[in-house]
Ligand binder design. Structure first.
Ligand SMILES: [Zn+2]
Length: 258
């Protein structure tokens, strides 16, 4: 199967699946006084104890990165998470949004074309590592007032997750792949922790969702994933064409709503 040449209002039935690996270069925080982004999770045999990263965390990060890239190139310059989505830029086309809550008060919703799943650590029963750190006072920014215990996932932990692009075009895939390559931090307090690297192990375009991290880790088969050879347009060209396409798409949506 191949990419679609254009973007359509109505859903079609092709799925680009990217089987990815997310490897921590630093420890990532799973428990602290702040929101935790990597969690522990117990599966039944044979998966047992694993670390997981909820998809919404990875998706939010990816969206932010793609939006930044877009703004840098002059697209979606007034589009901001979470309350001020513009609903008219390539990032909104890819990751979706609700018209009512957007600043633009658009009369339509965009379904997310990027779909994902829980990222699961490749190895099981890894021991979390505890750190004791000085809590920093909010007001004076002084340390030493209290000690805070951070529980972290050790560096080098590798997570597997499948990212799926619904009804893919080469331009959409270009944005998504660019975002995946530039996702370099994950986890709470990611300014100082949680550097990571995300790589695409392989995948393909199918008429349904073929791969899931859960099954790949339970049944094996990561080594058999076919390498992906995609000829994708450069990111600047991809944003340009997608902007034209979403503008056209919105006209169609508005016409059908009249
Ligand atoms: Zn937008």
């Amino acid at each position: 199967m191949d990419f679609y040449p254009d973007v359509s209002v109505l859903p079609r039935a092709r799925y680009l699946q990217l089987v990815t690996s997310l490897r921590l270069l630093d420890p990532a925080i799973i428990r602290s006084n702040e929101p935790e982004e990597v969690l522990t999770f117990s599966y039944q045999e044979p998966l047992q104890e694993r670390f997981i990263i909820p998809w919404r965390k990875v998706k939010a990060k990816l969206r932010r990165i793609v939006a930044e890239r877009g703004r840098d190139l002059g697209y979606g310059t007034m589009c901001f998470l979470k309350e001020s989505l513009c609903m008219t830029c390539p990032t909104c086309l890819l990751f979706g949004g609700t018209g009512e809550t957007s600043t633009a008060k658009a009369g339509y919703n965009l379904l997310s074309r990027v779909m994902g799943e829980t990222f699961i650590s490749k190895a099981k029963n890894i021991e979390p590592v505890g750190y004791t750190a000085n809590a920093v006072g909010e007001v004076k920014h002084t340390t030493g007032q209290a000690l805070m215990t951070l529980i972290t996932v050790p560096a080098d932990t590798e997570f597997i997750g499948v990212v799926t692009l619904k009804d893919p075009t080469p331009e959409m895939a270009s944005l998504l792949v660019d975002g995946i390559k530039r996702l370099t931090r994950i986890g709470a307090r990611s300014v100082e922790w949680g550097r990571c690297r995300m790589d695409i192990l392989g995948g393909g375009i199918f008429d349904h969702e073929v791969y899931s991290a859960y099954e790949l880790l339970r049944d094996g088969g990561l080594e058999d994933i076919p390498a992906l050879e995609m000829e994708l347009p450069p990111i600047e060209k991809a944003f340009e064409k997608l902007q034209d396409q979403i503008s056209e798409l919105i006209l169609q949506i508005q016409k059908s709503g009249d």
